[in-house]
Design a protein around this ligand. Sequence first.
Ligand code: PLP
Length: 452
Amino acid sequence: MKKYRIVLSEREIPQAWYNIQPDLPAPLPPPIHPGTGKPIGPQDLAPIFPMELIKQEVSQERWIEIPDEVLRIYKLWRPTPLHRAYSLEKELKTPARIYYKNESVSPAGSHKPNTAVAQAYYNKKEGVRRLVTETGAGQWGSALAFATCLFEMECTVYMVKVSYQQKPYRKSLMRTWKAVVHPSPSNLTNAGRKILEIDPDCPGSLGLAISEAVEDAATHDDAKYALGSVLNHVLLHQTVVGLELKKQLELAGEKPDIIIGCVGGGSNFAGLVFPFVADKLKGQTIELIGAEPASCPTLTRGPYRYDFGDVAKMTPLLKMYTLGHSFIPPAIHAGGLRYHGDAPLLCLLVNKGVIGARAYFQNEVFEAAVTFARTEGILPAPETAHAIKCAIDEARKCRSSGEEKCIVIGFSGHGFFDLGAYEAYLDDKLEDFAYPQHMIEEALKEVPVIEG
Ligand SMILES: Cc1ncc(COP(=O)(O)O)c(C=O)c1O
């Protein structure tokens, strides 16, 4: 009998997160203090993060136990189902077997609560009253608002202005969970005011919203900062996704040939594939592909070098593929993928050739999203649709070659708050935009030169 959904029981939620650091093929270049040029220590991060998360950031333990309180909240939606996309396969006339791991069933609608709940938990435990963050698409802000609400904490969200305007109902969701939401750039911080003076109509960027949120947290004693991607501890928390996926594929009797996820800061994709990286390093044949927008082509066109994580240069320098911290990407609809850098852990693995990357234009991405919605029924987030586009291309290759590959998509979120973008696509009003090389080079001129 055909099995459409492979589900696990509550008891099978992973009890520990997988930390890839001891299994890396080369040492991870450390974050650098911009003032001293030396690696930063835990004390440098203490003003904005709780100590337990700082410890996780540098931990070399392969497994980190998930606290009971976090597991209890995970049970509201985890384990998430793995679906077999029979209807999509039929539409594509492909001999490939396509699966998708569905993180859209979380309360906030994406993978982001996997780390939001953990971060809120550790902050609450260390007496923090308010968490401050940025959000692009609104998915991360919603996830943190949900988590802080459950832990009875306050939450302030700086939302990239273009998304704030494109998605007013994401803001309503965050406010329902008691968060206070500001469009970024705002006049509430020095970083925001500085940009508004130069460009009052600035659409904002994730890098800029990060500057505002870090400044807010660093200048208030009762508040700390929470980041929704990029950092090691965030990627760590997301590994519940890949760990469940591994079990589910075993239950389905499958060995994946290709796993595909979209990449914004890298936590979704890393959470999905890191549990498979160790197998790959031991010699298993498996292709791991990150899908990103052609208008923000970090992994496919950025150089691998140290750069700041934010526009105002408040964060440590991280070694990553980067388009330059001053890069303001065009206002495409996949707001969650508009970040100038990527997670250092992920970048190292791309640099070592363990992980690959592809870039796509938004019209072809929405075409894939609509094909998916018309076959599998679920409306993908524009971010997620990048992975779907890549999977459809791979499945079509199988049709030509006759190969019966097993392809897995990380279905990172639903698109119910992105209907404005779908409307624009269906009305033929979406524009494609490849970022011009000279503008990337221009932004890179401001990136400090650091060896290593
Ligand atoms: C639905 C969805 N998928 C993927 C991403 C990219 O996230 P990450 O930073 O984890 O790569 C986002 C970011 O907001 C998102 O909203």
